[in-house]
Design a protein around this ligand. Structure first.
Ligand code: 5GP
Length: 120
């Protein structure tokens, strides 16, 4: 069972404007901002504005409209950053074994150098 959504998580605070972030894109459904501890020259986090704990929660409870808006939003961020031609990597951590730290769904977008093979 998924934990209930905790509206005190750090990304909820970012969405409410209670703590700052470096925004790279925003629309009605999606916010994209730079990761505070970048693991690649470009490391952006893309989150839905609606409260979902994880990819699991979102895929189970999200409406078709929410899911399509998020999937399209992630692609839009990559296009807006000019990453389609060089390429980019998406990653989502879900739960304990994946070391998900923040309990608000986020997709990591890595780019800006050859990223090498995916090892895990
Ligand atoms: P996770 O391990 O949950 O998939 O990734 C959480 C990510 O959020 C980490 O890459 C971490 O650096 C990033 N992060 C944690 N706190 C903050 C914050 O306050 N601001 C920003 N921009 N990123 C954060």
């Amino acid at each position: 069972p998924t934990l209930p959504y905790d509206d005190q998580n750090i990304f909820a605070k970012i969405l409410r404007g209670e703590i700052p972030c470096t925004k790279v894109h925003e629309d009605d459904h999606v916010l994209a901002f730079k990761d505070i501890n970048p693991q690649a020259p470009t490391h952006v986090l893309v989150i839905p504005k609606a409260p979902f704990v994880s990819w699991d929660d979102f895929s189970a409870r999200g409406t078709d409209e929410q899911i399509s808006a998020f999937v399209r939003g992630v692609g839009e961020v990559a296009r807006m950053l000019g990453l389609v031609e060089p390429g980019y990597r998406l990653l989502a951590n879900i739960g304990l074994d994946a070391h998900q730290e923040v309990p608000h769904l986020h997709v990591h977008l890595f780019a800006g150098k050859p990223l090498g093979p995916m090892l895990m």
